[in-house]
Write a protein that binds this ligand. Structure first.
Ligand code: KIV
Ligand code: NA
Length: 265
């Protein structure tokens, strides 16, 4: 694929090709992620944690998301760029949701938006879709509702919540979303959802029987090291590598090993 579109993703599911997705929040990282062949880059509101050091995703603003997203868009030549609508930018009413989505599309150049929730935000999603903006859903553990849940533990283990999640996923497909993220739910339930809808289901902590996987970039490259859920596979240990490199630099400066004769003018 030369350029991934929302249509490409739906075709991938139909053809049984798994979809790869990672977050990115800045130009330099997005350049690497896009160049390495990722299908979808998510400018997640996890930037609130990863970039800004907040405890939750709630504080990040629409302006800050637009800043991150526009940096990512400038780096990307192949991936589809999906941008999270942050907490407080779409929950009040559908008009506010549409206004926020339009700002993201106009000011960042992102290709689609993602919103957390099911039937509660159905009218807002419809409004955004009506404007021609592709929407990705997000069900299961929805971090913007952390104060309602109380913990970041696995969601939808109980029948009632599982039923609602399936209904919500079907609704998202029906009204025209191009995909849905399922976060931290039992893999049997995720499998059931992926089998009951034809739009791609991208899992994080949702097991193998979905149409694609997403991870937070800084977690999968091991830049963070205090967050260790079972679903996280670390492909690098950059926390240790960077700590060693920086400690070496400090030592080289102190001992005047750096700069040497070939490193000066
Ligand atoms: O913000 C984010 O990184 C996300 C993914 C975990 C799906 O929403
Ligand atoms: Na998010």
């Amino acid at each position: 694929y030369k350029r991934i579109t929302v249509k490409t993703l739906v075709d991938m599911k139909a053809n049984g090709e798994k979809i790869s997705m990672l977050t990115a929040y800045d130009y330099t990282m997005a350049k690497i992620v896009d160049g390495a062949g990722i299908d979808v880059i998510l400018v997640g509101d996890s930037a609130s944690n990863v970039m800004a050091g907040h405890e939750t995703t709630l504080p990040i603003t629409l302006d800050q998301m637009i800043y991150h997203a526009s940096s990512v868009v400038r780096a990307v030549s192949r991936s589809l760029v999906v941008v999270d609508l942050p907490f407080g930018s779409y929950q009040s009413d559908p008009k506010e949701a549409l206004r926020s989505a339009i700002r993201i599309m106009k000011e960042s150049g992102g290709h689609a938006v993602k919103l957390e929730g099911g039937k509660e935000i159905k009218d807002s999603i419809k409004r955004i879709l009506n404007a021609g903006i592709p929407v990705m859903g997000h069900l299961g553990l929805t971090p913007q509702s952390i104060y309602k849940f109380g913990t970041y533990t696995v969601r939808a283990k109980e029948e009632a919540e599982a039923e609602k999640l399936i209904e919500d996923a079907k609704m998202l497909e029906r009204i025209g979303c191009f995909g849905v993220v399922l976060e931290k739910i039992p893999s049997d339930l995720a499998k059931k959802v992926a089998e009951s809808i034809s739009i791609p289901v991208i899992g994080i902590g949702a097991g193998p029987d979905v149409d694609g996987q997403v991870l937070v970039l800084h977690d999968m490259i091991g830049m963070t090291h205090e967050f260790n859920p079972r679903f996280l596979r670390r492909y690098l240990n950059l926390f240790d590598d960077m700590t060693d490199a920086i400690a070496q630099y400090v030592d080289d400066v102190k001992t005047q090993d750096f700069p040497n004769d070939s490193e000066k003018y």
